[in-house]
Ligand binder design. Structure first.
Ligand SMILES: [Zn+2]
Length: 99
């Protein structure tokens, strides 16, 4: 429960320092199943916020990946109702991040 370390890790993540890459399969899978969040009381979430919590940072290399996930997830939930899954996949692919 080190606040400084938590802050440092959050800022490093937000700067996108890590040159990791996330596959589209992973992103599509997450969009379909949803991101598992830490449960109940979470030190990281209370200090860094829901969108930069350690459970988010451990899955997404950068905030941009996380944003893409959020868009894909909400689009998926919409397309479930409309049964436009193929469209869903194409939208996710357009949001592909590979710099
Ligand atoms: Zn969390």
């Amino acid at each position: 429960m080190d606040f400084l370390q938590e802050l440092t890790e959050k800022e490093e993540w937000q700067r996108g320092r890590f040159e990791e890459w996330m596959s589209m399969d992973d992103l599509v899978g997450l969009a379909i199943h949803g991101l598992g969040r830490c449960e109940n009381v979470c030190f990281s979430r209370s200090s860094s916020g829901e969108d930069a919590c350690a459970c988010v940072r451990s899955v997404f290399p950068t905030p941009e990946h996380y944003e893409t996930y959020l868009h894909a997830r909400s689009f998926f939930l919409e397309s479930l109702a409309k049964e436009t899954f193929a469209q869903f996949v194409s939208v996710v692919s357009e949001g592909e991040l590979n710099d």
